[in-house]
Design a protein around this ligand. Sequence first.
Ligand code: ADP
Ligand code: MG
Length: 320
Amino acid sequence: MALGEFELIDRYFRRPVRRAALGVGDDCALLQPRAGMQLAVSTDLLVEGRHFLSTVAPARLGHKALAVNLSDLAACGAEPLAFTLALSMPAVREDFLAPFAQGLLALADANGIELVGGDTTAGPLSIAITVFGEVPPGQALLRSGARVGDELWLSGTLGDARLALEAFRGQVQLSGEGFEQARRAMELPQPRVALGLALRGIASAAIDLSDGLLGDLGHVLRRSGCGATLYFDALPRSALLAAQPLALQRTCLLTGGDDYELLLAAPAARHDHMLAAANQTGVALTCVGRVEDAAQGLRVLDASGQALNLQGLAAFDHFR
Ligand code: ADP
Ligand code: MG
């Protein structure tokens, strides 16, 4: 007989609490942030067919659902504390639930964040996670902190997740190995939590890249009242992406989406601090541009200093 709602919660989602005062099983969870800390809270909803393809392995889906939320904590420089999981699924399938919970909870353990509650219902497959983190007052990294003269930095590499999407859509052909690499980038993003923590007090602004570089940088610039110049050739990309036609590289790097890397601004005087934080956390940071006066707008220069035409390179928007 299929598991009931409460049995499945007990079997897959209830574990002994560590830092929380009360976890799964009552009407509310109870959290005890450390004295004087602010709570950083963020929610992301993943819907089948919108945010993930039905072909994704359940363990990877569990990983990604939490990873995209941890990425928001990373962008704020917050330390992960606890999360809740609201899950709707068409039927109780243990061959889905077991690997899903395993992928989810493995990433949770790796980041010291615990599952303290949620909700479970029948319906189309969708996963809503709310994360709670801690940050000392005044130290959260914000979108609004960029200043003229700051350098712009990116963690990791961009564009492989979009490359995988293009391959799934049949728009590009990749070798078996290339496809697996791109697919891993799309399905197993690595939230940059340690880097976000290391950059408190160093970076002036941050955002995580979920909707594409141009759009997400645009959010930082609007909130900060600035413009920017990006150097296209400096944008960090995998050897796999670098081997693709230039037009495809542009699409993947500038509007890709689903990267979950951090975009940061930092005063030029802190250049070496940025490199030291990269070194300390083992995550590459690449300087890709600078913050300019708002009147400058946003421009992307090629190797010869020519501005790229950005027409048609819009950011992802669910309602457009
Ligand atoms: P209520 O009806 O009071 O909202 P539920 O019966 O929905 O509570 O859930 C029972 C308990 O199980 C609660 O503590 C809730 O937080 C927890 N829970 C429900 N679904 C999940 C889930 N997917 N993951 C973790 N905890 C869950
Ligand atoms: Mg409920």
